[in-house]
Design a protein. Sequence first.
Length: 297
Amino acid sequence: MDKNKKKKTSIIISRFRGWIQAGAALLTNIHLPNFIKGSIYQGKGKAVCVPGLNCYSCPAAAGACPIGAFQAVVGASKFRFSYYISGFLILIGVLLGRFVCGFLCPFGWLQDLLHKIPCKKFSTMKLKPLRWIKYIVLLFAVILLPAFLVNDVGMSDPIFCKYICPQGVLEGAIPLAIVNEGIRQARGALFTRKLIILLVIVVLSILFYRPFCKWICPLGAFYALMNKVSLLGIQVDDRRCISCGKCARVCKMDVDITKTPDHTECIRCGKCIKECPAEALRFRYGFSKNNKCKGDK
């Protein structure tokens, strides 16, 4: 594929991102009749992780959330390192990096939709230090606390899923409670606290672009670390670039792609590609880590 075709393909992908996100959310939660039945799909597919943040307890979920699956292994009574889950995360990270966040994560898509609600919007440019919170959540709530905060029989709670993740309430607790009287009766203080977290994230998502992805999500933190080695990235054509700065201005993840194409916060959404007046940006894929190109001959 020549460079012009690659540029056109990159623009098409970025323009149809919303449809790709919708398709990914549907494939991740394909068992839609279970919402009516009030039961959780428990077939063989649940042994396979999906790339994005998608709760195992969602009635329609086709697979397991990698964060939840990792915590389940870490918190088991007979702890053992999960080569499958860790290998899956590393593989997806190397193949796609934070493209998963931009195109394949259902909760990321929800935040995008919420941010479209008309109202005054606020920049997160001055809130960049909050980005470090998601790495703290990954280290402590996903790895260390589930591994070492155990009960008498050597088991521990999935700290992030149980006490922090709003996706579990949104996809699991709420739809199940709507159709299941027993679950409605069993709701307690933990459900209330998680519901408050969800509502706070919803409000923040309307005002700020993807606050959960930027500040809290441990899965996003892991994929962010993989952005530097990901095969999928964004390439800058120096000869075409007119240094107008539009790509940096339109980036809602606060990234200047011309300076740091492999920035950890870049979710490969392609907005900079779509908005570039000089068509100097495109997706690149492969082992070459040269993010700058000299232009078309």
